[in-house]
Design a protein around this ligand. Sequence first.
Ligand code: BGC
Length: 261
Amino acid sequence: MIQISLEGRTALVTGASGGLGSAIALTLAQAGATVAVHYRSGQAQAESVVTAIKAIGGRAQAFSADLSDHQAAIGLVQDVDRAFGSVDILVNNAGMDGTCAVVGEDDPQRWQEVLAVDLIGPYHCARAALAAMQKNARGVIINVTSVHEFIPWKGYSAYTTAKAGLSMFTKTLAQENADKGIRVLAVAPGAIQTPINEPVWSDPESLKDLDEKIAMGRLGKPSEIAHVVTFLASDLASYITGTTVAVDGGMLIYPEFRHGG
Ligand code: BGC
């Protein structure tokens, strides 16, 4: 029988108080990892993720940091390393879509904020995690990107730019570390039903429009991302590095082209 085991590994999941992050944290714990549950402001939610992990016999602790503050991002990784003795798995999950505004009508300050959280924060977390991983010559870094590392999205140029950048960062970092026992990957979720896109799925008309953009015709569930992240973090994925795994129900296979053309 094939089993995924992360026994003896420590995982840090950023943005783990809700959305995809809490599902990822819980699933990694189900596979046996000790989990650092990072949050920025959702302390109560992060603590409830920790409680849920402890309820299944797992080990977890909540850590707070504002990842747009780069010293705080570095400090977070160092705190986790100190608390648990290693950082074997880093899931750079924290991110935000930003405010919808086309370039010219947008606020440059907000544009930079999205880059700070979605790209530069992950860079600092990865950089600090590498130092911890190199001690044991073992580690996996998984950057959560989006189908929008490939698909342009009107009104969200900061987000698409950050995600495309994070994808290329993933490949370069993977190349730099492939011979050091450290794998670096990206997971690109499509439309997964979480609070980030609630305004879209809570409205029947915009939900119908979104479903039509997905070949499978439905939104994904957070667990469907968490399972892939857990597999990629495990030794079952020992020969995969430097690539993006799309988990999108077929958003990237252009369902609009089932007709016409
Ligand atoms: C965004 C969601 C959006 C989805 C599909 C994700 O990256 O965070 O808000 O629904 O892409 O467009």
